[in-house]
Design a binder for this molecule. Structure first.
Ligand SMILES: *Cc1c(COP(=O)(O)O)cnc(C)c1O
Length: 396
């Protein structure tokens, strides 16, 4: 069966260029970059070249890039490092939002158990926090502000440049989980006033299991994987050369084509939103304008997102009811709850995340399929029956 893949916020298909960039290091160039002989030094050159490419794509310097096993590891290292270094100066307060990725939230929960205090800023109904709110939350003992660049479920884009400015003025370290932003919207660590940034290869048509942490020159960074002197002593372990070279090629490709891809995706996204909004008692989640070019997230009253997802899957449409990490549990998405949606509405959510590989025909197939599936599910839903008979009031 033909599949329509619209779950690109969970992961993306690798591009041909990313696959081609990987193969020399799987076949032939097998050296360890730490070896002094020629075979090792060829691998070292590949590593240096990848670091330079990634740095260029972010407006950073190569010596500010640390390769990691992915976005989660980069988030963990950045946050724990800034927190622990802050605590050494008596600063044990952190500012974040309630709708971060679990790689951030669970790290923060752990720090709270270790005696840190975290302020979770309200993201409002539109899924956006303001720089003024960040400024108001900063205290003399604030060690870190960590706020995601773009949200993985509702796609909303935060005013990162302004937030960075506020943090810089206050002398507070600013980290951003930019896993959904890098390669999709313009990101420039210097212009955006970012001190630390996390990215992940598999969210922009690169491979899984590889990512990077940008850490501004001069800002101390603690080591969490102890061992050899790789990554300038900040992250031990023989480098994943094939993955790193591939990620660098994928990012370069994404940045080269960023404007064209984002315009294409935004046009598909808008067509999809217009088509699905015709479904009665439906609602788009997150700000209409300030959202990723490929993100559509909607709620349909009276149904379960999981059922909708499974029926769409049986028609070959691969979507998500929330983040892949929370799918499989019956709790509604913490992101939609943070946007203030009531539990019963948050349960009926559908996320369709597009990439430049999607076509208009695919979008039209989705626009044709979803209303039928929603209607079918509503017809067998006791909640919908209550709503229709007036026993319960429609919320949307
Ligand atoms: C996917 C994702 C992560 C985790 O990245 P991995 O490379 O899968 O560990 C972190 N944050 C956000 C916003 C993500 O979308």
């Amino acid at each position: 069966m033909k599949t329509i893949y619209v779950d690109n916020a969970a992961t993306t298909a690798m591009s041909d260029r990313a696959i081609e960039a990987m193969t020399p290091y799987l076949k032939g160039v097998y050296g360890n970059p730490s070896s002094l002989h020629t075979v090792g030094q060829i691998a070292k050159e590949a590593l240096d070249s990848a670091r330079e490419k990634i740095a260029n794509c972010l407006g950073a310097n190569p010596n500010e890039i640390y390769f990691t096993s992915g976005g989660s590891e980069a988030d963990n290292q950045a946050i724990r490092s800034a927190a622990i270094l802050g605590a050494r100066k008596g600063k044990k307060h952190i500012i974040s939002t309630a709708f971060e990725h679990h790689a951030v939230l669970h790290t923060l929960k752990k720090l709270e158990k270790e005696g840190f205090e975290v302020t979770y800023l309200d993201v409002h109904e539109n899924g956006i926090v303001t720089a003024e709110e960040v400024k108001a939350a900063i205290r003399p003992d604030t060690a870190l502000v960590t706020i995601m660049y773009a949200n993985n479920e509702v796609g909303t884009i935060q005013p990162i440049r302004k937030i960075g400015e506020v943090c810089r003025e206050a002398g507070v370290v600013f980290h951003t989980d930019a896993v959904q932003a890098v390669g999709h919207i313009p990101v420039d660590v210097k212009a955006d006033n970012i001190d630390m940034l996390s990215l992940s290869g598999h969210k922009f048509h690169g491979p899984k299991g590889v990512g990077a942490l940008y850490c501004k020159k001069g800002l101390p960074l603690l080591t969490f994987v102890e061992g050899g002197a790789q990554e300038r002593g900040k992250r031990a372990g023989t480098e994943n050369i094939a993955g790193i070279a591939s990620m660098a090629a994928a990012l370069e490709e994404a940045v080269e084509n960023l404007e064209e891809n984002s315009q294409r995706e935004a046009a598909l996204r808008d067509r999809l939103i217009a088509g699905l909004s015709k479904i009665p008692h439906s609602k788009l989640n997150g700000d209409r304008e300030r959202r990723l070019p490929g993100n559509v997230n909607m709620c349909f009253e009276g149904i379960e997102g999981e059922s909708l997802l499974l029926l769409l899957d049986s028609k070959g449409i691969c979507a998500s009811s929330g983040s892949a990490c929370t799918s499989g549990s019956l709790d509604p998405s913490h992101v939609l709850l943070a946007l203030g949606l009531p539990h019963e509405v948050a349960h009926g959510s559908l996320r369709l995340s597009l990439s430049e590989y999607n076509t208009e025909e695919e979008i039209d197939e989705i626009i044709a399929a979803v209303p039928k599936v929603v209607e079918y599910l509503r017809n067998i839903s006791p909640i919908w029956e209550d709503l229709e008979k007036g026993k319960k009031h429609h919320i949307i």
